[in-house]
Design a protein around this ligand. Structure first.
Ligand SMILES: Nc1ncnc2c1ncn2[C@@H]1O[C@H](COP(=O)(O)OP(=O)(O)OP(=O)(O)O)[C@@H](O)[C@H]1O
Ligand SMILES: [Mg+2]
Length: 417
């Protein structure tokens, strides 16, 4: 906008300069020539009423002297009145003059002089037409458009790397590390891009190290756990309650290790494929419905196929169902819906338990965060963090809401594309 306005001002100033310092003086000169010629006609020595003199004047100077009637016959009516010329020539001739210019060729200047208001004098002007002015306007217009377009391209070129940086920074914020950005643009932008590339490389390195570390620890814990479990099998029969306790604890620890591994696994390697979300839900529900005491009712809407990472979304469902049974109720509901207008599909896992206090909801998405009741019990506080990461990988959203009639509703919305 700024460049555009500056260029516009530049154009206006050029236009005015050309008009005032070039065109105007030119016209003044023309006017003074016209006035001189007219004054010659009215010299005392010239009997301009006389036909022979008129003819003589025409032959030598191309100037015609017409009476009012003759003037009309010769095209006075087609001539256009010009105030600018009339005023200037009036000044030069010392009285009211009416100046017109014929709008068709041959271009004639018609003057009704103050010396004799009954006559019209025509002076031919070879290169005089309105066409002389319009090329100037066109040139200025073309130059104006070219400079604004140039400015626009310049600004765009300047902004392109910035835009790429913004997009890449948002990617990093979503937990994905984009390919290094091309170093282009001004030197400042190049250094910012270089710094950004170095930063995202660092983040990736950190993430990879952390994943390796966590996966390594989790993996290494499994072996001693298996050994303990084996050892517990050797306990005498009368101490089976000890054995049961140990097995139960080992199962919990295995679950925790699974969650750890799920959390560090980025799930980015799994390809998205088009599939039916409803089928996926049915799959997970079927696997769960074998459990005693636990019941899942489904209300599945008519939804189109969506591009999903199958294993990851199954993990989301599993975690939500696990939470609903663990902290909610033994009977839960799962529903799915298609929102045509927003172009999204969603599924909701609902339980009939106590729900979650509003003020804790945001927090629980942080890794290793558990609600008051869950503290010290099973679980690692990673479930919702894993869900959140997977869903944002699908550019979707997770929302927790307490149902007005009790229970928690966890809704996952995924854009449909
Ligand atoms: N359906 C629910 N009803 C009530 N509270 C819930 C529900 N789901 C989750 N919460 C609360 O949110 C907390 C965080 O859940 P999250 O799934 O992240 O961790 P977790 O279940 O404790 O551990 P993990 O899932 O890793 O085994 C839980 O500790 C619990 O307090
Ligand atoms: Mg959980």
């Amino acid at each position: 906008m700024l460049i555009g306005v500056l260029l516009l001002i530049n154009q206006v100033v050029s236009y005015l300069s050309v008009t005032y310092y070039f065109i105007r003086p030119n016209y003044q000169q023309i006017n003074s020539l016209i006035a001189t010629q007219i004054k010659m006609v009215f010299l005392d020595e010239v009997n301009y009423h006389d036909d022979a003199t008129q003819k003589n004047i025409f032959e030598t100077t191309n100037i015609h002297i017409y009476s009012e009637v003759e003037a009309i016959d010769n095209g006075l009516q087609q001539a256009v009145y010009y105030q600018f010329f009339s005023r200037q020539i009036s000044d030069l001739l010392g009285g009211e003059a009416d100046v017109r210019i014929s709008s068709t060729e041959p271009f004639l200047i018609w003057v009704n002089p103050p010396q004799d208001p009954n006559v019209w004098i025509t002076i031919p002007m070879a290169s005089f037409s309105e066409g002389d002015i319009s090329p100037l306007t066109i040139y200025l217009l073309v130059i104006g458009i070219l400079s604004v377009a140039g400015g626009w391209i310049f600004v765009r070129r300047l902004n392109k790397p910035l835009h790429a940086l913004q997009v890449a920074a948002l990617e990093v914020a979503r937990g994905r590390v984009p390919a290094p950005l091309e170093e282009q643009g001004s030197s400042e932008i190049i250094s910012v891009t270089r710094a950004f590339n170095r930063m995202s490389k660092g983040i990736k390195q950190l993430e990879d190290d952390r994943a390796l570390l966590t996966a390594g620890i989790s993996h290494d814990l499994r072996t001693p756990l298996t050994r303990i479990r084996l050892a517990s099998e050797m306990l005498p029969e009368d101490q089976s309650w000890v054995k049961d306790g140990i097995v139960h604890d080992i199962e919990d620890m295995n679950d925790i290790i699974d969650q750890f591994i799920d959390y560090v696994r980025q799930d980015t390697r799994e390809q998205k494929e088009k599939m039916s979300l409803n089928d996926l839900i049915e799959d997970v529900v079927q696997a769960r419905n074998i459990e005693e005491h636990h019941h899942i009712v489904t209300h599945l809407g008519n939804i189109p196929e969506v591009r999903l990472r199958k294993v990851a979304i199954k993990r989301v469902l599993d975690n939500l169902i696990e939470n609903a049974f663990r902290y909610g109720s033994d009977n839960i509901e799962i529903s799915s819906e298609f929102h045509k207008r927003n172009r999204t599909v969603s599924f909701c896992v609902r339980d009939f338990g106590p729900g979650i206090p509003e003020e804790q909801m945001e927090n629980l998405f942080q890794p290793f965060t558990q609600g008051d009741k869950a503290r010290g019990s099973v679980g690692s506080g990673l479930g919702l963090a894993i869900i959140n990461r997977i869903v944002s990988l699908h550019k979707g959203q997770v929302e927790l809401t307490n149902h007005p009639e009790g229970g928690l509703m966890a809704t996952v919305t995924i854009p449909f594309n």
